[in-house]
Design a protein around this ligand. Sequence first.
Ligand SMILES: [Zn+2]
Length: 265
Amino acid sequence: MNSSIRPLMKKIFPVALLRFGKRLVRKTRYYGNKCQCPVCNSSLNGWKPTGYDFPVIREMQIVGSGYRLALCPVCGASDRIRLLYFFLKNKTEILKKSLKLLHIAPNEAIKRVLRTNQNLDYLSADINPDMVMEQMDITGIQYPDDTFDAIICNHVLEHIPEDRKAMKELYRVLKPGGWAILQVPFSKISQETFEVPEITKPEDREKYFGQNDHVRIYGLDYPNRLKQAGFRVEQYKWTEDENFINPGNQFGLNPDEIVFFATKP
Ligand SMILES: [Zn+2]
């Protein structure tokens, strides 16, 4: 669109309507029978590329990271967002019950689904206040104990030097009986989390952790860290769920991805 026309278009058409129109155009443009995005209900001719291609990601076999064909060209949901959507829809009561939900660093595609859900008391938050309802540092949350029924905090903890403090805070503001989905990229071949606090330069973090703003690579011990903060942790693998129907992996999920479902007893 011509840049001089854009402000005028925004005045005439509300932003939401423009976005809806754009999605409709993309649905037609990328239409096909190769795969299916459950988040935006699109039949597609393929996924678009996403992620970084750094050697450490391949060497450490980091799940939830790395260059791959996994992005929905219509709504922008990646493979891990599509799995999150399935999990929320089928394994939690988020779309049925009235819950007070804290959504940290929300992904746009999943935010759209959750925000339009009338039964949710929805709060989005991030350290960067630009695209969310409230600014929040999760190592010091401005809410009292036992505030939220549910928390979604995905791909955030790997950015936080004091991740144990953040885990304790998330646990504190969760109501007893509440749950949290706390996804992180993790190495499927490393038993232990790799972190060196002295590695602070962006280029070194890229080299050792696979992204210029990551501060560690979680290993298979990640759930233990959550347990040490007080959580009970269930690890959900969609490939082991016989009720999960995904013929030919039409939903484009990563078979190695695990949902870390944490609850507060
Ligand atoms: Zn989509």
